[in-house]
Design a protein around this ligand. Structure first.
Ligand code: ADP
Ligand code: NA
Length: 356
């Protein structure tokens, strides 16, 4: 089989929460072990994407280092993976422009993230005074930049959560449009591979306060999420007060008992079962059966312990790395050099295709 190129990005939002870890970062770490020796792994801190919403410069600068420190602390190995800052590799922006000029407006208008923002702004304002400043051009077109991030490395695979599936579809569309537009006789296969999704095993960790919502850094109640920096006591407290339901016993029923299912998912993700199961829901049903004669209190105690134990070393490592900006800057610099030279190979050919 041909070597895979795996690309994924994370915004510089600083300290990650449990949803970021189980939904994305843990999967990235796992891929370091499951991928072949010839496969390339690229993980990017995508500051340009963060700018689609207002950012405080000082906080953004700190968040970049905190994000790098978190990724390293949680197991990203800079020898195995190319860890770099998007904004250190200008090739992304150049490719983004070429793709922008191939993107039908209608495709972007149909992006659910854009439609959601539009609806939020329209609801918040009366019809005739829509606040245009919240709907900047970058917010509209960032899925194209995302496609450029991926295609700049001729990536074949992209680990994503469910919220990014539509954007990955756009990346595939743009790759096809480009391949058709600039079909070059010398190539026997299309220039850009159509990137495939690698689904995360935990696509949706739920809020601890409202299990109909996903755990999120922007929810107003800090007790709804667990942060990498939380100490054992506050983890235990947050899990103890997690909203479940009044049904007796423990069963895995994500539709009717999302709060309990969420706790089982978290426990399973930190303590993977030794047996092989055909599906995640089988594994979680089996895990639930271990609590047949126990209650929510027992489950919560084990969940809290699993998080505290699982994050004990990463938490300490995060604090250590966070204080060592010189080291973090060095890792990011090395990553950007590797990313730059890989994407340059792509861009040299792209410019030739286009005629520039
Ligand atoms: P947030 O949703 O808190 O704003 P981001 O959008 O910065 O977090 O997400 C960064 C990564 O973490 C993305 O890959 C996203 O899919 C993943 N992620 C965020 N929240 C969750 C969650 N509750 N469950 C699973 N994955 C999540
Ligand atoms: Na998000």
């Amino acid at each position: 089989a041909q070597a895979a190129v795996i690309f994924s990005g994370i915004q510089p939002t600083g300290v990650p929460h449990l949803g970021n870890y189980l939904g994305a970062i843990q999967n990235w770490v796992r891929l370091q072990h499951t991928s072949g020796p010839d496969d390339t792994l690229l993980y990017s801190i995508v500051g340009w994407h963060a700018l689609t919403l207002p950012q405080n410069s000082r906080e953004l600068f700190q968040a970049k280092f905190d994000t790098a420190a978190s990724l390293l602390a949680l197991g990203i190995d800079p020898e195995r993976s190319i860890l770099f800052q998007q904004s250190d590799v200008l090739n992304h922006l150049e490719l983004s422009w070429y793709l922008t000029c191939l993107t039908p407006m209608g495709k972007l208008k149909r992006m659910t993230t854009w439609k959601g923002k539009l609806a939020t702004v329209r609801n918040a304002n009366s019809e005739d005074e829509v606040d245009d400043s919240m709907l900047n051009l970058g917010l509209f077109s960032y899925p194209v930049l995302q496609a450029a991030d991926i295609l700049a490395y001729l990536a074949t695979h992209v680990p994503v959560g469910e919220d990014q599936m539509q954007h990955l579809e756009l990346s595939r569309d743009l790759a096809s449009i480009y391949n058709r537009r600039y079909s070059i006789a010398e190539y026997t296969k299309p220039f850009f591979p159509l990137p495939q999704a690698i689904y995360t095993p935990c696509p949706r960790i739920l809020s601890l306060r409202d299990p109909t919502q996903k755990m999120s850094k922007s929810a107003p109640d800090p007790n709804s999420r667990i942060m990498l920096t939380d100490d054992a006591e506050s983890i235990a407290k947050k899990i103890r007060s997690a909203v479940t339901d009044s049904t007796k016993g423990i069963t895995y029923d994500p539709v009717n008992r999302p709060g309990v299912a969420n706790l089982l998912t978290i426990l399973d993700a930190f303590r993977p079962s030794e047996n092989e199961f055909d599906s995640p829901s089988e594994a979680l049903t089996a895990l639930a059966s271990q609590y047949a004669n126990k209650g929510t209190g027992d489950l919560k105690k084990d969940v809290a312990e699993a998080i505290v134990e699982g994050w004990r070393r990463p938490r300490a490592e995060f604090e250590r790395l966070r204080a060592d900006r010189g080291y973090l800057a060095q890792i990011l610099l090395e990553g950007s050099h590797r990313a730059e030279s890989l994407s340059k190979l792509t861009m040299d050919r792209v410019r030739q295709h286009i005629g520039l």
